[in-house]
Design a protein around this ligand. Sequence first.
Ligand SMILES: [Zn+2]
Length: 303
Amino acid sequence: MVHIFDTRQLDTTGIIAATALETDDGLALFDTGPESTFLNVAAELRENGFSLKDVRHVFLSHIHFDHAGAAWRFAGSGATIYVHPRGAPHLIDPTRLVDSATRIYGAEMERLWGRVAPIPAEKVKVLQDMDVVRVGQFEVRAIATPGHATHHHVYQWDENVFGGDVAGVRIDGGPPVPPFVPPELDIESWQQSIEKIRMMNPARLYLPHFGLIEGSISAHLDALEERIRRWALWFRDRIRAGRDEAHLIPAFAGYLAEELRAGGATEELIRDYECADPSFMAVSGAMRYWRKHHPEEISGDNS
Ligand SMILES: [Zn+2]
């Protein structure tokens, strides 16, 4: 049995999930949500007949605060935290993570994400690509899936995949969109990661943003991949034409909103997408990607 707990960050529903698998060895939580919503998740645990101590395993897709911000709280009540090797050092010493997030969010940090504290190293278990953890009756496999972040894992058990951010953001039946964020966006890696998810051929795909996808997973992945390619080229053409960040931020927000609107989204749903995956992040993510990976493709007609 899988429970999708709604973290209700900033009192908004259906944006950030903490996904819990019931096992013979307590609950396994896939992503925790931010620390600011820890008490909401604790309340949902109680409403479903669990206590905090029942969460014995926490599998993190990656360490961005909306996914892993509350991990230290669950570690504090006894859970083991599983994470990609490149994520582990930042859980044990979050100083650099907090510094770089503060550069993006400034004074909003605590309101958005809550508090951050180190996790004792003995509570953090590093998982390499294809490592398997036995949790009660389940075998949970970690699969390295870079693209959104280099330190990203998806997790597979039986016919289920917990997709993290690399499997896309899909809110309230809307289309799947790829969360482009700095500093590690990598289009080619992302496409390979989607291919890995396809090969697993899951019957159920769980998204942290937001919930269960069942039955139409290959269509979901096709639509996600089409957007990754098209958005990457949208940015490439404009960066090549010399457009700067100040131009691209409103331009991309408009492009995304128009695309969602054309697909039938209400203004409220468009706002929810902005909440789950702020469009301004895509701009610096894409600029950094093109400059770092394909500088030759964005130089030329800047005059
Ligand atoms: Zn993320």
